[in-house]
Design a binder for this molecule. Sequence first.
Ligand SMILES: C[S@@+](CC[C@H](N)C(=O)[O-])C[C@H]1O[C@@H](n2cnc3c(N)ncnc32)[C@H](O)[C@@H]1O
Length: 255
Amino acid sequence: MVITTSKWKILNKYDFELLPGEPQQMPDGDYSYYQYLNKRWQETGKNVLCQEFLLSPHKRSKNANDLIVAEPFGGCGVFSIAIQHLLKPMHHFIGELDEDCVRQLYFCTSSYPGVTVHQEDAHERLGVLPADIYVCDFPFFTLIKHSEQNMWVKEMERMVSHEPEAIIITDGSSCRWHFTANNLKKRGYDVNHHRESYAKVFDKYFKEKYNYRVTAVAYHGTCFYIKIQPARLYLDKIAIKHIPAGVGINGLRPQ
Ligand SMILES: C[S@@+](CC[C@H](N)C(=O)[O-])C[C@H]1O[C@@H](n2cnc3c(N)ncnc32)[C@H](O)[C@@H]1O
């Protein structure tokens, strides 16, 4: 049987090849990443641009590369390939629940040394192993769900227990921000119509609960990508990048 893959460029530079696959529903109710890549790949391009902004400062020098990255929601491996090129980690542990995605992850990372792919449930495995950087492209995460429904709390506690240098969190609150902002205001959070106000609210919550601070945020119309770091690494300012509509093609481009 001949399998036809599709070919892409990530960040206009890095080759990415995708096996055909179908989205499956996951136990929490969302769909595996094929749902997105088959239908809304332009959004993924903006997501990768966000990751580039947040990850680039963490690259090690050639002589001191001991970096361990954990990526619990591997999806189809778009972020994985970006991480490989941006950070060149010594070890890169990738988890994912969906079978088609796991097959794709093995396929697209096979030529990168130091990558380990596991089919596993992040509810059980996320934060069990120590890492310097956790890149958590959560299927569902918002401050309201985390603080009121305990969503991803035990996983966050496990990660923080290893005192990682950075945790990157995907938070869906940017989508329909004006509704979310009202919901946050009703709960007493100090947000306004600027999406950037979310960074400060998130920072206050994470400082009090985990002694981690928001050091950088990249966002576009549907997602925030929030980097938290140990409070001792906070430099009095949150670095912010907005990815506007229409530039996603610079993050992911079909060939
Ligand atoms: C936002 S997507 C990740 C996309 C990925 N960053 C990429 O570049 O392709 C989230 C992924 O998490 C997976 N997922 C959902 N719940 C999970 C769980 N409990 N454990 C592990 N993976 C899960 C989904 O199958 C989905 O592919």
